[in-house]
Design a protein around this ligand. Structure first.
Ligand code: NI
Ligand code: MN
Length: 228
């Protein structure tokens, strides 16, 4: 299973011809590694409705026919912009959605969320099973102890995608504690260096995590791929 970092909080997961996008903020992303009309998708999973996460979801879903899954209020808003009958899944926190490639579960994240249209919705993290791996995208969140409860149900997390930039989310110091709570085998940092308020020292984060946990930190430049 390959994980390609598309910049900011956007990831592309691929395995045996199936492609999953998480938070595909691409065309307006200062660090975007691909344009919305260049990516493929079988499913688009959204952590929340902020523009730097919802991004180009509607355009990609229309072009590719990809299923879209998000917390119900956000899912309904996206569905209204797609053709009737488009595959849109609308879980709520704690809900698991089954796909032919695996499953995805929406779990709490402490944050806020308003879409570009101005509607308020509930932010989340996403734990998914795909290509034989458990991936946990934390979404945008601060540090809170229930990260451990979410992550330590069922199989261990193989790869955690962790926001570290501070200002809008937890910073790289709190993110070390988040990794301690989650206990993943690998960590890919994200949501940093995209804009001035979230610039941080990713190598310091890597050193701190690897000094205090068993996790290995894989730092990806936008566009780089990691074989998980
Ligand atoms: Ni956000
Ligand atoms: Mn964000």
């Amino acid at each position: 299973m390959d994980i390609r970092f598309l910049g900011h909080s956007a990831f592309e997961l691929t395995h045996e011809g199936t492609t999953i996008l998480i938070d595909p903020f691409l065309d307006s992303n200062p660090k975007g590694a691909a344009k919305a009309d260049e990516v493929q998708a079988d499913a688009i999973l959204l952590t929340h409705g902020h523009v730097d996460h919802l991004g180009d979801t509607v355009a990609i879903a229309k072009r590719t026919g990809a299923a879209v899954a998000a917390i119900v209020e956000l899912a309904n808003e996206v569905a209204a912009d797609l053709d009737e009958g488009h595959d849109v899944r609308d879980p709520n926190l704690g809900g698991t959605v089954q796909f032919d490639w695996g499953w995805a579960k929406w779990v709490p994240a402490w944050h806020t969320s308003t879409t570009p249209k101005g509607t308020v919705n509930t932010p989340a993290g996403i734990i998914l099973s795909f290509g034989g791996k458990i991936i946990y995208h934390l979404g945008d969140t601060c540090l809170f102890s229930d990260l451990a409860l979410a992550a330590r149900r069922g199989d261990d997390v193989d790869v955690a995608l962790v926001c570290i930039g501070g200002h809008y989310t937890m910073d790289r110091i709190d993110a070390v504690a988040a990794v301690e709570l989650i206990g993943p085998k690998q960590v890919i940092p994200c949501h940093y260096d995209t804009f001035p308020p979230i610039e941080t020292d990713v190598q310091a984060f890597k050193a701190d995590v690897e000094g205090s946990t068993q996790a290995k930190v894989v730092v990806l430049d936008p566009g780089e791929t990691h074989g998980a």
